[in-house]
Design a protein around this ligand. Structure first.
Ligand code: PRP
Ligand code: URA
Length: 209
């Protein structure tokens, strides 16, 4: 699929398999999501530009690489996005954070916004939108639209699992935003759940069902 990166690292795939299992506990699900998110973060930042700075080691001066440009923004789509956010911040602690509060209306599957807060200067930064699930893509499309309205120009979308239908819709709506995911599953069921999937990511993370 165009503009989609499937992160097939063996550690990611192994951890995802454990998360899919019905018997995996809330505590394990949350821990695994945090672990996987550091690995996904590694891939989504793989091609960041570097610049050279002059530093002094204990032995001598050298020209050493560091990440160029302004600090990244991680935009978490609440609430399940926070499960990915934590691990991303472990790896990039200086990142700025945006929160986009959205829930799916269970009948219409339309994304309803209930919260939005983002740094002012999104235009100058790479914004990585994080949400474990890309199902119908209603939430992802709405979140990216909202961030673009606020000035974001360089955006990537990172999830754990995607449905083929969601990838198609998202890349149609935002052709400039690459999607990074650990897997593209088989299909969406009639309730908009990804099959085989992991179930409801938020409920599994927080034990709310
Ligand atoms: C889940 C998930 C995504 C959305 C994906 O959130 O975290 O945000 O569904 O579905 P979509 O692609 O069809 O929009 P949910 O609405 O269940 O809210 P929660 O994170 O608060 O549990
Ligand atoms: N949201 C989830 O949490 N899981 C799905 O399978 C689809 C949407």
């Amino acid at each position: 699929m165009k503009n989609v990166v499937v992160i097939d690292h063996p550690l990611v795939q192994h951890k995802l398999t454990i998360m899919r299992k019905q018997e995996t506990s809330t505590a394990s699900f949350r821990r695994l999501l945090r672990e996987i998110s550091t690995l996904l973060c590694y891939e989504v930042t793989r091609d960041l530009d570097l610049e050279t700075v002059r530093i002094q080691t204990p032995l001598c001066e050298m020209d050493a690489p560091e990440i160029a440009g302004k600090k990244l923004v991680f935009a978490s789509v609440l609430r399940a996005g926070n499960g990915l956010l934590e691990g991303m911040l472990d790896l990039v602690p200086s990142a700025r954070v945006a929160h986009v509060g959205l829930y799916r209306d269970p009948k219409t599957l339309v994304a309803v916004e209930y919260y939005f807060k983002a740094p002012d200067d999104l235009g100058d930064r790479l914004t990585v939108v994080v949400d474990p699930m890309l199902a119908t893509a209603n939430s992802a499309i709405a979140a990216v639209e909202r961030l673009k309205e606020r000035g974001a120009q360089n955006v990537r979308f990172l999830c754990l699992l995607a449905a083929p239908e969601g990838v198609e819709r998202f890349t149609g709506a935002h052709p400039d935003v690459p999607v990074y995911t650990a897997a593209i599953d088989d299909h969406l069921n009639d309730k908009g759940y990804i099959v085989p999937g992991v179930g409801d990511a938020g409920d599994r993370m927080y034990g709310t069902k």
